[in-house]
Design a protein around this ligand. Structure first.
Ligand SMILES: Cc1cc2nc3c(=O)[nH]c(=O)nc-3n(C[C@H](O)[C@H](O)[C@H](O)COP(=O)(O)OP(=O)(O)OC[C@H]3O[C@@H](n4cnc5c(N)ncnc54)[C@H](O)[C@@H]3O)c2cc1C
Length: 420
């Protein structure tokens, strides 16, 4: 797929040129002061206005390719081993009309996402009741996400401006600095990778509503292979105006209008009173085999068992969050920019839709599911691509790493099946 890859790189380069450099160079004196001691380091997040639609952007190239055939409307429901085992002979497919098919090939790559990759191995029990590639019992274990919590607040002195830490709109989206503990301190204290961003605080009630809005958006999006999962329970119609208020302006106004308002707002003289910001944390998780997915008794509309998720959040996560908050408080005091306010409650976590670790990579089949190239231990022609093969999760969004690993794997797979 070299053509599609090249097109992707060209468009991405256009999208990121210029606009990023400008805000980084402008008016970041407060951020520079906060980072001057070297105890905190910046992280950079880029948020795009629009998601990439693969069908729209790549359908023509895929159709034109003599080497690619795209089949739509059928779901993989397991892998077939025949003969002695140790090789996959076919992938079993089922359509919503109830038609069962098999697709045969020399090599197979599961790239169905961080949960579904594990599900398909667990469903493939032709030769092994524990599931394909599951001799170690590790398929589905060590599930990780990036626990996200709105936890802790800071109060800035009147007039203090944190342009980049608050996030700044750029033509194609938003760029936002975050803060993390410097690597040497993290290693010394045994902390996890973790960063936080600063957001405006409206009130604790508004914070709750923001969490409700995030959950609602996730539920609305969750329709697909696992069947309709739209649940409106827990969302009170009477609170809809609050949700609209919280999602305005950046999610509702056109992006150009949001940018204009933001620039005007930044140029207005600051209010003379101090401003409060909430801390939004994104954390790594330590390895935990009890954090896992298993097959449940419930089936999807195709009659195939769904997954049950037991996601654990370990005490080390909270310890790392506390350590970063303490450092931030000390740096705010040192620079005279503000102060950390005492946390009023325990953190409440949501996920970040980053599903990792369920078919982890390693050299030892006793402690991993795939080898360093993503090939399933003990299965000669089956590879796995995606964040399910991550042996650890870090704190950064996973998709660029997924793409980098996939490019590396693609070359290896092509040479191993003689299609280079
Ligand atoms: C709301 C949201 C926001 C996100 N934001 C970010 C972000 O800002 N940055 C970031 O890095 N990541 C983000 N992510 C995570 C990102 O979407 C994933 O890391 C990425 O999509 C994983 O890519 P993938 O190709 O491995 O899996 P997927 O994108 O999940 O693709 C898997 C494909 O396989 C198909 N499939 C699944 N099961 C089957 C089956 N049984 N048979 C046939 N087909 C199947 C699916 O339909 C899908 O097309 C976000 C996720 C969500 C939900």
């Amino acid at each position: 797929m070299a053509g599609a890859g090249d097109a992707f790189r060209r468009r991405r380069a256009r999208a990121l040129d210029g606009p990023l450099l400008l805000p980084l160079a402008l008016g970041a004196a407060a951020e520079r002061a906060l980072l001057a001691s070297g105890r905190l380091v910046p992280t950079v997040s880029l948020w795009a206005v629009r998601p990439r639609r693969f069908a729209r952007d790549f359908a023509a190239e895929l159709e034109a390719s003599p080497r690619i055939r795209v089949l739509l409307g059928a779901q993989a429901i397991g892998l077939v081993e025949r003969g002695e085992g140790g090789r996959v002979a076919a992938v079993r497919l089922r359509t919503l009309e109830g038609c069962d098919l098999e697709a045969r090939a020399r090599a197979f790559v599961l790239a169905c996402g961080g949960l579904e990759n594990a599900r398909l191995l667990l469903l493939s029990t032709d030769r092994r009741p524990e599931g394909l590639g599951n001799a170690s019992g590790l398929v589905g274990r060590c599930f990780m996400d990036h626990p996200r919590a709105v936890w802790g607040r800071v109060e800035l002195v009147p007039g203090a401006r944190l342009h980049l830490l608050r996030g700044r709109p750029v033509p194609n989206g938003k760029v936002q600095l975050g803060l993390a503990v410097a690597p040497a301190i993290r290693a010394d204290r045994g902390l996890l990778h973790h960063y936080l961003t600063l957001e405006s605080e409206h009130s604790s009630y508004a914070r709750e509503q923001y969490d409700v809005a995030v959950q609602l958006a996730k539920r609305l999006l969750r329709r697909g292979h696992a069947g309709g999962r739209l649940e409106l329970r827990g969302v009170l119609a009477g609170r809809t105006p609050d949700l609209l208020y919280l999602l305005t302006p950046k999610e509702i106004l056109p992006h150009w209008a949001y940018r204009l308002l933001w620039e005007l707002h930044e140029r207005l003289p600051r209010r003379s009173r101090s401003e409060r910001l909430v801390l939004v944390h994104f954390c790594e998780q330590p390895l935990d085999p009890d954090s896992r997915v298993t097959l449940s008794e419930r089936c999807d509309p195709l009659g195939v068992p769904m997954l049950r998720l037991d996601w654990r959040i370990q005490p080390e996560v909270v310890r790392s969050m506390e350590a970063l908050c303490t450092l931030l408080g000390e740096e705010l005091a040192r620079t005279g920019l503000g102060r950390l306010l005492p946390a009023e409650e325990e953190p409440r976590f949501t996920d970040a839709s980053h599903h990792m670790g369920t078919t982890r990579m390693g050299t030892d089949p006793r402690t991993s599911v795939v080898d360093p190239w993503g090939r399933v231990h003990g299965v000669a022609n089956l590879w796995i691509a995606g964040s399910s093969i991550f042996p650890s999760g870090g704190h950064a969004n996973p998709t660029l790493t997924i793409v980098a690993l996939a490019l590396r794997q693609a070359r290896r797979i092509a040479s191993s099946v003689g299609a280079g």
